[in-house]
Design a protein around this ligand. Sequence first.
Ligand code: NAP
Length: 248
Amino acid sequence: MFKYDAPNALLNDEVILITGAGSGIGKAAALTFARHGATVILLGRDIKKLESVYDEIESNQWPMPAIFPLNLETATDHDYANLAETIENEFGHLDGVLHNASLLGELKPIGQYPTETWNRILQVNLTAGFMLTREMLPLLRQSKTASVIFTSSGVGHKGRANWGAYSVSKFATEGLMQVLADEEDGVSSIRFNSINPGGTRTAMRASAFPGENPENLPTAEEIMPVYLYLMGDESQSTSGRAFHAQQG
Ligand code: NAP
């Protein structure tokens, strides 16, 4: 496991946007960032799930979060521009983005892979991250310490039979992260990195490996050290790198 002891006030006064914040790893990250002082913007497609995360943050008296419902499958340029404008008006700054939302799609060989699923997976896992980042760049450039984290996977580093569009979307996510890191190098202080969570006890993992005992996997809370490290200022000079949450 990646080791990092985060100070309690690591993210004080920071505003951080998290996609897919209603469940799984995104929910754990939202709660963890809020516990370390951040104002989190919870983005997702299921308002009830986002409200339950909101309530948990509020009941702990962490900084008051915000909810931004958005379906990344259908979101338009206009929606992302509206999000950027809302963040600027409500908070005045944006210091971090965690691109976490993804869909698994179908586990099938390419010879049988449906085009409709292919397009949907690339839209949610890759294109939405591009559209969202592009609209957030002006705000992120104003922050002295902005950090953008993309979520990768083991199959984003080595292709695996039957993982189709999901695997390809994660390879491309690594590419997007590297292109952004290179473009902003020397232009702004935004850093871009990726995290491969590794097998983690969530609904997505259970649907990919139905025969597996989830008790043998770390929880989403247990893989949070690398997320804190990359969101906090100690990683300020790190950009363009791929991290693995479960490797030391
Ligand atoms: P999860 O429990 O399925 O969570 C995925 C999140 O993405 C959910 O909050 C989901 O919202 C959201 N989402 C999906 N489609 C969306 C859309 N169209 N619009 C907005 N939000 C959408 O999966 P997870 O395991 O926490 O995965 C989190 C990230 O880690 C993903 O990028 C995944 O690829 C990556 N990852 C996970 C593992 C693992 O073992 N768990 C391993 C490697 C990589 P709903 O709640 O509405 O479905």
